[in-house]
Design a binder for this molecule. Structure first.
Ligand SMILES: C[S@@+](CC[C@H](N)C(=O)[O-])C[C@H]1O[C@@H](n2cnc3c(N)ncnc32)[C@H](O)[C@@H]1O
Length: 240
């Protein structure tokens, strides 16, 4: 599923043990110690009712910039959602020279830290709550979609802030492509996998290790000794 030099714990160089500098990041802490009991109900509800919140002008402007970029390049499209400072966007663009990569994050501060130095990627400040819906409306079909270390929202009461528990989940599915979600909170990935299964999409929860972290959070979590988890799925090209 993963076509990058990085690989999962069971399929390549990452099956060997990795020695990394130490860091001190905390694991997500939650009273929730398994899949949230309301998740199936939420996913069913979101799959059957469209999300109609109005779209904000700054997201429309960002989306138009993305459309111009895509039209200029006319290549397969990779989305790096929640890209933070854009390190992964840059790395994915290097790994996929025949595609274009768009990195989206809502934090102007994080996006502003990046200095772009390659042709085939673009970083944009936008809120995915709007951006994904605009992309679905415009019938985007992705080659890959990366969602790397999204905010876990570990409090049980915040289940709807997790992407798989949110009203945006059907938009994420409709964008298609090979989806890869990574987290240092196993429950997040288990829930994501269950939400995909409810939508009729098969995936597996995998332990993930890499010698070449592609995001600052991936690096920080590994250096802190956290286990990393991911799920990958081929999303069908039809709308939800
Ligand atoms: C934990 S950080 C991970 C950043 C990066 N992927 C990494 O691994 O270094 C989560 C990121 O998601 C972004 N984010 C959260 N909600 C978002 C939304 N609705 N739209 C766009 N970005 C969002 C935050 O601004 C933050 O940069």
């Amino acid at each position: 599923m993963n076509d990058k030099p990085n690989s999962s714990s069971h399929d390549g160089p990452c099956s060997t043990s990795i020695s990394l500098p130490h860091s001190n990041s905390r694991q997500p802490s939650s009273k929730q110690n398994g899949i949230h009991e309301k998740l199936p109900q939420l996913v069913h509800r979101h799959l059957s009712s469209p999300f109609r919140k109005p779209i904000l002008p700054f997201n429309i402007a960002a989306f138009e910039t993305a459309q111009e970029f895509i039209a200029r390049h006319n290549k397969p499209l990779i989305l790096d959602s929640c890209c933070g400072v854009g390190e992964s966007t840059y790395q994915l663009a290097r790994q996929h020279p025949d595609a274009v990569v768009i990195g989206i994050d809502k934090s102007a501060n994080r996006i502003g830290k990046h200095t772009q130095d390659q042709e085939n990627y673009l970083l944009l400040r936008a809120d995915l709550n709007d951006f994904w819906r605009l992309a679905v409306e415009a019938k985007w079909q992705l080659q890959h979609h990366y969602l790397l270390y999204p905010n876990p929202w570990p409090k049980a009461a915040h289940i709807q802030r997790r992407w798989h528990g949110s009203a945006l989940f059907p938009s994420l599915l409709a964008l298609g492509g090979i989806l890869e979600v990574r987290s240092n909170w196993q429950i997040y990935i288990e829930e994501f996998a269950l939400a995909l299964k409810i939508a009729g999409i098969q995936t597996q929860v995998e332990h993930y290790q890499t010698q070449d972290p592609i995001t600052p959070f991936e690096r920080k979590y590994q250096q802190s000794g956290h286990a990393l988890w991911r799920c990958c799925a081929q999303l069908a090209a039809h709308s939800y």
